[in-house]
Write a protein that binds this ligand. Structure first.
Ligand code: HEM
Length: 234
């Protein structure tokens, strides 16, 4: 099949899944900003996105997108390395136009995956998973279940820890690099690769990645500062 047999096809799969993940990130970031304004409003959204059939379908679709994107990333990297052979180890002057992010997409992607694992452990495993277990008549911890739809509580708990604040900020920094390169590179793979549009996409990628990542980082920092200001007094 063209999408798996040819290198162009594989790049198209990477691009389409990457763009779909960027759309998810945009929604997720906008949703999280609500937590800063209103805990009740945020919890209403979390309840809506609980263990309902449509939320489960969305979660499975999202997981499939992540898995396909990751498998194809490794596949393409291996293929590129094989094509370059021993030249990869030779000391060659890299052109200045090749940015750091583009050289390190796989490493950045791995940091993003590790961060995502930690993130799912912090949130998904305490929110959607216990509800799912309860719906399937499996044992779910009663206290955990009581807090399952209280997303604002989990955000507060997580970002009251300076360790998590630092880990999340490092994770978001890696995500920023990954997005700045990934977004315009997707457009290039999809054929939008004339010189004028390529420069425009690079500019749009930088602005877009910065907005998305700053939105996430704002939640981390605001909740941490609230903990600092409230310690002992709230
Ligand atoms: C400040 C940053 C973030 C906060 C506060 C946050 C918050 C949350 C919360 C509360 C959930 C659980 C939703 C539920 O189960 O009802 C969740 C799930 C999730 N988050 Fe985040 N998130 C953040 C950043 C990110 C980033 C940067 C990514 C991706 C790179 C991400 C990917 C996911 C995924 C894949 C899920 C599972 C979604 C699902 O179950 O359908 N999150 N997040």
């Amino acid at each position: 099949m063209w999408l798996s047999n040819s290198s162009v096809g594989r790049k198209v799969v990477m691009s389409v899944t990457g763009i779909a993940l960027v759309l998810f990130l945009t929604f997720h970031m906008a949703m999280n900003l609500v937590a800063i304004i209103s805990a009740d409003g945020y919890n209403m959204i979390c309840e809506f996105l609980g263990a309902n059939w449509y939320a489960l379908v969305a979660t499975l679709a999202l997981a499939a997108l992540f898995v396909i994107h990751i498998i194809y990333a490794f596949w393409l990297t291996m293929q590129n390395r094989k094509a370059r052979g021993s030249e990869r180890y030779a000391v060659v002057d890299k052109p200045k136009t090749v940015e750091w992010a583009s050289q390190n997409m796989l490493v950045l992607g791995i940091i993003v995956i590790v961060g995502l694992g930690l993130h799912l452990f912090n949130f998904w495993a305490k929110m959607q998973l216990p509800e799912l277990m309860h719906n399937m008549d499996m044992h779910a911890d009663t206290l955990t279940l009581a807090y399952a739809a209280n997303g604002a509580y989990h955000i507060q708990q997580t970002f009251s820890s300076p360790v998590y604040v630092v880990l999340y900020l490092i994770w978001l920094f890696a995500l920023w690099f990954h997005l700045t390169h990934g977004f315009w590179s997707s457009m290039q793979s999809l054929g939008w690769n004339n010189k004028i549009w390529l420069n425009r996409w690079k500019c749009i990628s930088n602005i877009y990645a910065t907005i998305v990542v700053l939105g996430f980082a704002l939640v981390v920092v605001v909740f941490f500062l609230r903990t600092l200001m409230c310690s002992g007094a709230c």
